[in-house]
Design a protein around this ligand. Structure first.
Ligand code: BGC
Length: 491
């Protein structure tokens, strides 16, 4: 990862350059967050390919199959909620170690399961681990990264999620034949082990050390990631805020003073799911089949490349742009691209529906090709906007004394919304047709656009302490709500 200075004057040698050691620490934090993202993504994507083998071996019915599929998400929701308190109590770093441990235990339980019951336990454990990590890892990165690269650092998390999903699609494609579902599920213990190895030599975040009253360690951690900065002044600003803050119990999370960031975080988390991303990720094969991709091979290839690979490639856009152009422009442009492409997909399905009643589809029609292109635009638009930016914002808008728990609430809401969409997508299609469902998702894109314009402040380039002050400063908030594009934030 290259870390580019944007001229905020952070220097290690007094001449505007940071030493190689800083680069190594940031790189190591980047590796940690990427491994956590890989776990998340791989488990989102892998199950669809493993289901046939599981069904054959355990002869389970539809209900149990649904449980095996979707309870990872429910486990993750519970994990996310617990993860916040844990991250506040034992630190971000140790929480990540615990999450990885749970994850390894879950993956091995799945791989060795003698029956469906044990498999469900494994799925829940894995989900719980992913949920805990989905709170602790981005939090750790957001608190440890210097503000000029914070967005980029958290976007790496999303990049890794997309690589994990791609890897899972690929594993599905390679291992679907035969009875290799145990390998597919068990393999995910590997990034868990790597995650533990990667985080052990690193410090916790300076902000957590300050909260825990460990000032020397806070100083040492700051020294490692920002050796050239005025460490005493930075520490002082963290400590001043820390002293002013009341203790961060659950009541403080829901206190009126912090309602606005909580509403922004939870709403963005839910909208990230209600705009339909996981319906496409999970059911891509089925959607392509309905669009006229006749053979399973053509469906899985379309899914692998048009969804999996485009998702990875377009996320690089966010990694490059989020700290340059800011969060708001990416969200606004992305929501527009997603909405327009979903409207097109809906129109194509209307046409396909009418055509199939008169002439059943025999191959890929022009409507099928337009659907493919529109889905590519949808995935790309999500990948440089709502995917990474929502995670970035969730991890930077809360004040430090409630950050762990508040991030957990928003992340838990995200998992719950993901579960709702994946559980009910097929029923929704039965109820209001494919076209109606895609237009409903498009409607949520419009809601996202309006919500971001009105309520989501630009946080680019601000320190977490500056973001915290923003909520109580109407003038600064007005400026942040009208921030447009490059250079407009943080002025
Ligand atoms: C979402 C996941 C989704 C993934 C797709 C993430 O930001 O939270 O639910 O599967 O993006 O790339």
């Amino acid at each position: 990862m290259t870390v580019v200075s944007d001229g905020e004057g952070v220097a290690s040698d007094g001449a505007g350059r940071r030493g190689p050691k800083t680069g190594i620490y940031l790189l190591a934090v980047g590796v940690v967050i990427m491994l956590a993202g890989l776990l998340f993504g791989y488990d989102q994507g892998v199950i669809s390919g493993a289901l046939t083998g599981i069904q054959k071996q355990f002869s389970v019915g539809t209900f149990l199959l649904e449980v095996i599929t979707s309870w990872v998400t429910l486990g993750a929701m519970a994990g996310a909620l617990v993860g916040g308190s844990l991250a506040d109590r034992v630190g971000r770093r140790l929480t990540i170690v615990i999450a990885a441990g749970l994850f390894i235990a879950g993956a091995l339980t799945e791989a060795l399961a003698p029956g469906a019951g044990v498999l469900v336990v494994g799925r829940l454990l894995v989900g719980f681990g992913v949920g805990v990590a989905s709170v602790a890892a981005p939090l750790y990165a957001a608190e440890l990264a210097p503000s000029r690269v914070r967005g980029r650092m958290v976007s790496l998390y999303q990049l890794a999620i997309t690589i994990g999903i791609f890897g899972a699609y690929f594993a599905d494609y390679l291992l679907t034949q035969g009875n290799r579902w145990r390998i597919m599920l068990g393999i995910s213990a590997v990034p868990g082990v790597l995650l533990i190895l990667a985080i052990l030599p690193l410090p916790d975040s300076p902000r957590w050390y300050v909260k825990a009253g460990r000032h020397d360690q806070a100083k040492a951690a700051l020294h490692k990631v920002e050796p050239g900065m005025d460490i005493d002044a930075e520490l002082q600003s963290m400590e001043d805020l820390n002293e002013k803050e009341e203790k961060g119990g659950w009541r403080a999370v829901f206190a009126p003073a912090w309602r606005r960031p909580l509403v922004v975080g939870v709403t963005l988390a839910v909208l990230q799911q209600f705009t339909g991303i996981n319906a496409i990720i999970y059911y891509a094969d089925k959607i392509f089949a309905a669009a006229g991709f006749a053979s399973p091979v053509s469906q899985s290839l379309a899914t692998l490349w048009a969804i999996g690979a485009v998702n990875v490639v377009a996320t690089f856009g966010a990694v490059a742009w989020v700290d340059r152009f800011g969060r708001r422009p990416l969200l606004l442009i992305g929501a527009t691209g997603m909405g327009v492409s979903l409207i097109v997909v809906g129109i194509m399905f209307e046409k396909l529906g009418k055509a199939s009643t008169s002439h059943p589809p025999t191959g890929t029609s022009s409507e099928g090709v337009v659907t493919l292109v529109a889905l590519i635009v949808f995935i790309a638009s999500f990948a440089f906007s709502l995917g990474p930016v929502v995670w970035t914002i969730i991890n930077e808008i809360f004040p430090s004394h409630i950050r762990g728990k508040a991030v957990a609430v928003a992340t838990g809401a995200n998992w719950f919304a993901a579960w709702l969409v994946s559980q009910f997508f097929l029923s929704l299609v039965d109820l209001i047709t494919e076209a109606g469902t895609f237009w409903l998702f498009a409607g949520f894109c419009a809601v996202t656009f309006i919500f971001v314009r009105r309520f989501v402040p630009e946080t680019k380039g601000k320190s977490l302490e500056e973001v915290e002050v923003l909520w109580g400063d109407p003038k600064a908030m007005r400026r942040a709500l009208h921030a447009r594009g490059q250079g407009s934030a943080g002025e």
